[in-house]
Design a protein around this ligand. Sequence first.
Ligand SMILES: [Cu+2]
Length: 224
Amino acid sequence: MFRRPRSQGIVFIGVGIFVGLLYLSGCGDNDDPLAPEHGSASGVVQDQAGQGVAGASVRIWRMDDEHTATTGSGGTFSFSQLTPGAWSLEVTAPAGFELDPGQAMPVALQVQAGQTTEVTILLREEDENGDENGDNGPQTVEILARAASFDPSDRTIAPGTTVRWVNQAEIFHTVTPVDHTEWNEANLSSEGETFEHTFHSEGEFSYLCTVHAGMTGIIRVEDD
Ligand SMILES: [Cu+2]
């Protein structure tokens, strides 16, 4: 008759205890060392025909954390190792394209640990108006509302330029005209919020944030 050696029985018991402990340790809710701490965001930049657009610049940011990418041949991009939370994503169209008028920008994204947040950005082919002189026609420039300053605070632009103020932090700011009515007071209440105004007339337009003393700026519109 076959008789199992005593030492083999002890090994079986030992393995059983080990497997049991492994199982128990896997049941912990929050202390699982293998739980993902980061999330991902990926997406596609496409034109109105649904074709991916290569060469678009993609920027994703959250407080002081910022990542950039350029879309490849399928119009795709992805960011990994993102801290979970609210992120803002902005796409700059490559030559020949512009944002679709219905495309909100920047896009607010919610990143979750262990998950990939998907986003689709719509562009359209740029119309050819305003492109006769070899320049890029009407331009949009950005001014960043930082913790307590506008950056750049002094900006010179050509008539027809759109200025977009972008809130960089979860801080309430205003963009309040000083001694002019070129635009109405605007609020930038949260991170990623924007305000745009297109300047058609030459002049110097001062503005300030009513919340933060010394947070001032000026737009100089000059035709040259
Ligand atoms: Cu402010």
